[in-house]
Design a protein around this ligand. Sequence first.
Ligand SMILES: *Cc1c(COP(=O)(O)O)cnc(C)c1O
Length: 374
Amino acid sequence: MTNYKQIPFLDLDWQRKRIAKRLKVSWKKIMSESSYILGPDVGAFEREFAEFTGSQYVVGVANGTDALELGIRALGLGLGDEIIVPANSFFASAIAVNRAGAHPVFVDCAPGTWLIDPSKVEDKITHSTRAIMAVHLYGQIADMRAIKEIAERHNLFVIEDAAQAQGASQRGGQAGSFGDVAATSFYPGKNLGAFGDAGAVMTASKEIYNSVIGLRNYGSLVKYTHESLGFNSRMDSLQAAVLREKLRFLESWNEIRRTQAEKYSEMLGGFAEITLPVVADGNLHVWHLYVVQVKNRNRVAHAMLKAGVQTGVHYPKPIHLQPAYFDGTAKPESFPIAEAASATCLSLPIYPGLTTRQQERVVGALLSAAVEKL
Ligand SMILES: *Cc1c(COP(=O)(O)O)cnc(C)c1O
C-alpha cells in the first residue's frame, strides 16, 4: 500500500506564500486607512485588470454571479427576454439570467472542447431572444467568430462568462474583450482568485460601464441620488489587494498550467479508454481545469482517491437537468453531448505548485484505474 501524501485536487497555499510578504504591507495600509469598501486598491485593481485584459472598462463587484447579472441588467435585458446559455456550464451562468429577470434558453455543447456549439444556436433563436452567452469553460474561449457572426445576423448582444478564462486569448483578443459585456469571477479557486468572493464586469461601452457602476452601489452615481433600483455588490479592498498581488503572477502561473497540461496530454495520449481535452484552433488555453473523459467515471475517481489522488467532476449534471430547472415530471429537452460529457468527465489536479512527480502519480493512478491492458 502506498504511504504517499494525498495529492489534493487544488492547493491554494502555494500561491498565498508567493504574495504573503507584500500582501502584509498592503493589508496593513488598508486597515490603517480603514478604506475597506471600494477603496483605492479597488480602483487600482480595476485599472490593472483592464490593462491586462485589454478591456476599456472594468468594474469590481462582489462575485462572478453578480457580475453576470449586473452585466445583463446593464444591457437593458430582463423580463420577457431570452438569453441563450450553454447547457454545459456551471449553474451560475444560468441563474444570473433568471436573477436579471430574463429567461435562459439552453443549447448543447460541441464534443472535444465541450464549449457552446455555435451550429446549434440558431435553432434556439426566437422573437424574444436578445443575447447569446458564451462561457469560456475550463480555460479556453468559445468560438467567438461564429458566435459574433450569429449575433450580428440576428441583432443580438454577446455576453461572455469569462470566470474560468482569466488570461486566455483567441486570435489576439483576450477573454472579456469580445462581447458587449463580460463577467469574471475571482472565487479563490479560479486562475486569479481572491481570499474570498469577488468578481468583475468588463466592457468597451461607457454607457454599460456607468450603468454597472451605479448598479453595484444602490443604483447611485452621486451619493444619495439613486437613478436605478440597484444592489449592494461591491468589491472590498482587502480582496482587491490580494488580486493586485496575484495579477503580477497570473501570466507565469498560466504558463505553468500550460506546461502541466502538455505533460498530461503527452503521458495520457494513445490510450483508447481516455479521451483528452482538445484545444480549438486559434486559442491560447489557460487550463483552469484539465478535463478528460473516461467510461465508468465514478469508479475511476474512487480508485484514484484510494490511490491518494483527488479529482473533480465539472459538472456531474448539466444545467437543464438541475432540479431548479427540471422537476422530473416531463421528458426533459435533450442535449446529448452535454449529457454524455457530464457522465464521463473527470478533472485532474492542475495548479501552480503541483510537481512533475505528483503529475506522474496522478497519471499512474488514472492509467491503472481506467486502462484495462497496461
Ligand atoms: C465560478 C463561476 C461562476 C460564478 O462565480 P462566483 O464568483 O462563484 O459567483 C460563473 N460562471 C462560471 C463558468 C464559473 O466557473
